[in-house]
Design a protein around this ligand. Structure first.
Ligand code: RBF
Length: 198
């Protein structure tokens, strides 16, 4: 039987060496979340030359916190990237060429929000999944920074393990790998789009 589901392998390897990437992950369901984060990090560093020192990893309690934290961290990276007035005056008075900022003080080029929601016996799953998926999309559209939806919404533990590459079946696959590819692709394309290149 042919397989119709899933993402095609990326056709392009990008030079992501100048990218700054944010990963925000939850502390709920840590073994699965850790595997997903590792999948994303390994993919970006080994397949697309993203430097590990340019990947900022932050944690929050649960998935519900992901949109807020991502929005504030993007704002913080914009502050980091803005030279303050004192720096501007000192470089003017000395005539120094300051050059481009180091990459780890530039605005994030993409964010990956990683969490694992597992359905329980109450309605929390539906409310949180809905709020988080909408929230992450909103942060991306409002900020202009690609925000990758790295939240598994699973009916049970086995589904989560399978989707983090830790399950028992042959079909297990670590979706963090896809999110790593996705973040680099969209970060690189967004750079072109912001420069008016299509
Ligand atoms: N957060 C997750 O990331 N994954 C979960 O599976 C999860 N289950 C929860 C179940 C209940 C009953 C509650 C109240 C919270 C759960 N959370 C979960 C935490 C939630 O995302 C958030 O951190 C808290 O509600 C605090 O805002």
């Amino acid at each position: 039987m042919s397989v119709v589901k899933g993402i095609a392998p990326p056709v392009e390897k990008y030079d992501g060496s100048s990218l700054r990437i944010l990963i925000v992950h939850t502390r709920w369901n840590p073994s699965v979340v850790d595997a997903l984060v590792k999948g994303a990090v390994d993919t970006m560093t080994t397949e697309h030359s993203v430097k590990s020192e340019n990947i900022t990893i932050q944690s929050v309690a649960g998935s519900y916190e992901l949109p807020f934290a991502t929005q504030r961290l993007i704002a913080a990276s914009r502050l980091q990237a803005t030279p303050n007035a004192a720096d501007l005056f000192s470089s003017m008075s000395t005539g120094e060429q300051t050059g481009p900022p180091p990459v780890n003080t530039q605005t994030f080029d993409a964010a990956i929000c990683v969490g694992v929601l597992i359905r329980g016996s109450t309605m929390h799953f539906e409310y949180i999944a809905d709020a988080v998926s909408n929230g992450i999309m909103r942060v991306g559209l409002d900020s202009g920074i690609p925000c990758i939806f790295g939240v598994l919404t699973c009916l049970d533990d086995d589904q989560a393990l399978e989707r983090a590459g830790m399950g028992a079946s042959e079909k297990k696959h670590n979706h963090g790998i896809d999110w790593g590819h996705c973040a680099v692709e969209l970060a690189m394309k967004n750079r072109d789009w912001m420069a008016g290149k299509i």
